[in-house]
Write a protein of this length. Structure first.
Length: 430
């Protein structure tokens, strides 16, 4: 997509291009948060909360197809257009969201009675729906991020604006879906989620058609075949992007980021619901306020990158996001402290997402943005798939509160190790 105006350092793109992309980010960027919140509320309503390992496995299953299939989804975007893929998977997301309350009705499950031994067929149904819903949601969000890198060249101002839009959606969405759950039960919560996803589909329909630039091949030489074309959809070729040190750094830090995000999307909600008895609306308010803070922080990323190098700022902000979720049990039932902590985490999250998009877009050409974004999300969700069952097992062994601390300490130590490698990498520090 050609720019309408060029300055020395950045292109300026028309609002007819920018607005639909920001709108898809507004809706697609918070579907995971909304879905994991009401799925967690559903699980503690129908399954004994002491079965933490089973709950963790069901939550983790949401990431399975995302981990194994996202690169194919990214390749589809590069081949057939990001807009078409967002719309297609959006409809899959709508159908899977509505299937959750439908399955509850089919199995005649009482939301007021937590089952000690839930039927395995019902558990299998939840796992299948989690996988389909998670894959659809992740592909839509990959699409929104890909649009920034592919059509707006991943420049800090546009990456920050898209993150701002997504985080504002993250403020409105969780509060609304929590209130819908409290007021109308499972059909209200999941029905609202389906409507939210549908709005993302409508936003994507307004994205202008993109023009592929045939000579954009910013990738390692061994990714290009004799016809100077990328081997599309090939996992081996996509993973070879890890030969770029900056890409490898982003992928590693992405997984460490999940020691915070994996906690928030699983046992954070369960802790708030079961340990301190917060309602769905108040849980949504906490998460929504974190996203609002995140939105404001995202707008400052362009200025901060002029003061602090991208990679160090990324590591610092991820450390902040991990620490302020890990301390949750220390805060007890003091809502103001819980609000401050989750908002501090929101600041870190608001900065680290556009930073990852920025670093990847600077090191990988627009022809590969779908695949490199999908690879990042795959590793991100792999971490998200690992954290809930591990945390559930730790909770059964050492207690739920201690599992917060153990996962948080692991994440911070891993970041310290990564920082040592980054400090010694000449290519990253160029």
């Amino acid at each position: 997509m050609p720019a309408t105006k060029m300055t020395k350092k950045q292109a300026v793109f028309p609002w007819t291009l920018q607005l639909p992309i920001y709108a898809t980010g507004f809706f697609n960027g918070t579907v995971q948060t909304m879905a994991t919140t009401i799925v967690a509320l559903l699980l503690v309503a129908v399954i004994n909360p002491e079965l933490t390992l089973l709950i963790g496995l069901i939550i983790a299953s949401r990431q399975f197809l995302t981990v194994t299939m996202s690169i194919h989804g990214g390749a589809l975007m590069d081949l057939y257009g990001t807009k078409k893929v967002i719309i297609l998977f959006g409809f899959l997301g709508v159908a899977s969201a509505l299937s959750f309350p439908l399955s509850i009705d089919i199995f005649n499950v009482n939301l007021d009675v937590a089952m000690e031994s839930p039927p395995w067929v019902f558990i299998a149904m939840l796992i299948v729906l989690q996988m389909l819903s998670g894959f659809a949601e992740a592909t839509g969000w990959i699409g929104s991020q890909t649009l920034v890198g592919k059509l707006m060249k991943g420049q800090p101002i546009y990456a920050g604006r898209m993150t701002f839009s997504a985080r504002i959606g993250g403020f409105v969405g969780p509060i609304s879906v929590g209130a819908a759950w409290d007021e109308f039960g499972s059909w209200g919560g999941f029905g609202f989620l389906a409507g939210w996803i549908l709005c993302g589909i409508i936003a994507a329909a307004f994205i202008p058609a993109a023009k592929q630039r045939p000579n954009d091949t910013n990738a390692p030489d061994n990714l290009i075949n004799e016809n100077n074309e990328f081997n599309r959809g090939n996992y081996k070729s996509t993973f070879q992007l890890l030969l770029i040190p900056a890409v490898a750094m982003v992928i590693m830090v992405t997984m460490m980021r999940q020691t915070g995000s994996g906690v928030q999307t699983s046992f954070y909600v369960i802790w708030l619901r079961e340990e301190i008895q917060l309602s769905g609306s108040l849980i949504g308010l906490l998460i929504g306020c974190a996203n609002a803070t995140s939105a404001l922080a995202a707008l400052s990323v362009g200025g901060l990158t002029k003061v602090i190098k991208d990679h160090w700022l990324l590591i610092i902000t991820i450390a902040i996001s991990i620490i302020f979720i890990a301390v949750t049990p220390i805060l007890g039932d003091l809502f103001p402290l819980l609000l401050i902590a989750i908002c501090c985490r929101g600041i870190g999250q608001g900065l680290n997402l556009p930073l990852m998009m920025l670093i990847l877009s600077r090191n990988v050409g627009s022809s590969f943005q779908g695949r490199v974004t999908a690879m990042r999300v795959s590793f991100n969700r792999f971490g998200g798939m690992c954290v809930p069952p591990i945390m559930g097992g730790l909770a059964q062994l050492f207690g739920l509160a201690n599992s917060f601390y153990i996962v948080g300490i692991f994440g911070v130590v891993a970041l310290i190790c990564l920082s040592i490698w980054v400090s010694r990498s000449e290519k990253i520090n160029e």
